[in-house]
Design a protein around this ligand. Structure first.
Ligand code: FAD
Length: 384
């Protein structure tokens, strides 16, 4: 299918694909088993200028948007969904600054993100506030020229590895979600430490950790936007980064499909390669249909977002649901096509099946995405 990428987009895609094939695929299983963070791959991405594809040129990036970010995430995820997350998780941490940072905050942080010198992370979730993000307890109290943060964020991607954290905390308990504010917290801030590092089912090359704030003092200039806008910062960020999850899911699905068709062409049973059995052919056809449909919706959503469209929540949620449900189905079918070999760690598809699952869960579960889509559909009906 021709997706009519611009020359620059095609170059970005090809470069990311080359890194995925030559540098990531050979180490993906090892990094998964050891739960090793991909510092060396981040360095390769940085040296290739890919870290800043979505950062404006004035802050040292390539000036692309959601689409360019998705193209990179998709290609890297074809080889390893976990390694790709060092890049995608940084996007999640960077977007609040891109969208709501003032010029000083952008000048201070975006060039380091664009050059790959620093990784970023986004801290919203807490032990008792997942889907119900309005239930967060971490608080930030203004004390002279500083905010003082107290609380713990859970399951934060790039936690401990990133230098720049955008954190949502409560500045006014009486106002519910309207009392939340967003802050930039740098690694090394007094009172900021890292807690439990998670041992996960999949995306094991990604680091997922607790952020602990104990009387953590940050300059009041680290407030993003205004007090009370934290929930909006979080929701508008997620609208722009969910296509990144869709791209991760799509890449994982494509990687599993590629492995499955290659295997089906060489595995002989009953005196013929298994790709001659119609049962296998139909599975391959269905996998391919789902992948292409996900890619079409993702790319079109990215174009919609990058055009500056005002309403993007529904489209963003739709492409995340579509691609992540596809990733789960396609990777499961890929294991089936490889039979017992698919269940073994020597072959890549069991890892892909484990990696795919998270895409249905984080940045809002697919149940929550369906709630968002339905709400937007109803709003559209009412306003007609
Ligand atoms: C590996 C990993 C990395 C993560 N990275 C980050 C990160 O970088 N930053 C960050 O802030 N967070 C991160 N998260 C948190 C993630 O976004 C949450 O796990 C997710 O939003 C779901 O919250 P929960 O796990 O508490 O599930 P819960 O909210 O407890 O949900 C449990 C189940 O109930 C369902 N459910 C809940 N409410 C409803 C409802 N209203 N309608 C229908 N069904 C409902 C859910 O869909 C789910 O199936 C990460 C999580 C993981 C596992």
């Amino acid at each position: 299918m021709n997706y009519f990428l611009t020359e620059e987009q095609q170059m970005i895609k090809d470069l990311a694909a080359k890194i995925a094939d030559e540098k990531i695929a050979p180490v993906a299983i090892e990094y998964d088993e050891e739960g090793k963070f991909p510092h060396d791959i981040v360095k390769i991405l940085a040296d290739s200028d890919l870290c800043g594809v979505y950062v404006p040129e004035e802050y040292g990036g390539l000036g692309g948007g959601t689409f360019e970010m998705a193209l990179v995430v998709e290609q890297l995820s074809r080889a390893c969904g976990g390694i790709a997350l060092a890049f995608a998780g940084t996007g999640l941490g960077a977007f609040p600054i891109l969208l709501f940072g003032n010029d000083e905050q952008k000048k201070k942080h975006l060039p380091d993100i664009a050059s790959g010198k620093k990784l970023a992370a986004f801290g919203l979730t807490e032990a008792n506030a997942g889907s119900d993000a309005a239930g967060i307890q971490t608080k930030a109290d203004l004390d002279g020229d500083h905010y003082v943060l107290n609380g713990t964020k859970q399951w934060i991607t790039n936690g401990g590895e990133a230098d720049i954290y955008t954190v949502i905390a409560c500045t006014d308990k009486t106002r519910g979600a309207r009392g939340f504010s967003a802050f930039i917290v740098e690694k090394g801030a007094p009172g900021f430490s890292f807690g439990k590092k998670e041992n996960k089912m999949g995306i094991r090359a990604s680091c997922t950790a607790e952020l602990v704030f104990e009387d953590c003092r940050i300059p009041k200039e680290n407030l993003l936007a205004k007090e009370g806008m934290g929930f909006i910062v979080a929701m508008k960020t997620l609208d722009r980064t969910r296509p990144g999850v869709a791209a991760q899911a799509l890449g994982i699905a494509q990687g599993a499909f590629d492995a499955a068709i290659k295997y089906a062409r060489t595995r002989v049973q009953f005196g013929q390669t298994i790709d001659s059995f119609q049962a296998i052919q139909h599975m391959l056809a269905d996998m391919s249909i789902q992948i292409e449909a996900s890619r079409s919706l993702l790319y079109q959503t990215c174009r919609h977002i990058d055009s500056g469209a005002k309403h993007i929540s529904k489209e963003s949620a739709m492409c995340k649901v579509m691609a992540s449900d596809t990733a789960m189905k396609v990777t499961t079918d890929a294991v089936q096509i490889l039979g017992g070999y698919g269940y073994m760690k020597e072959y890549p598809v069991e890892k892909m099946m484990r990696d795919a699952k998270i895409t249905q869960i984080y940045e809002g579960t697919n149940q929550i995405q369906r709630n968002i889509i339905a709400l937007e559909l109803i709003k559209e009906q009412i306003s007609r």
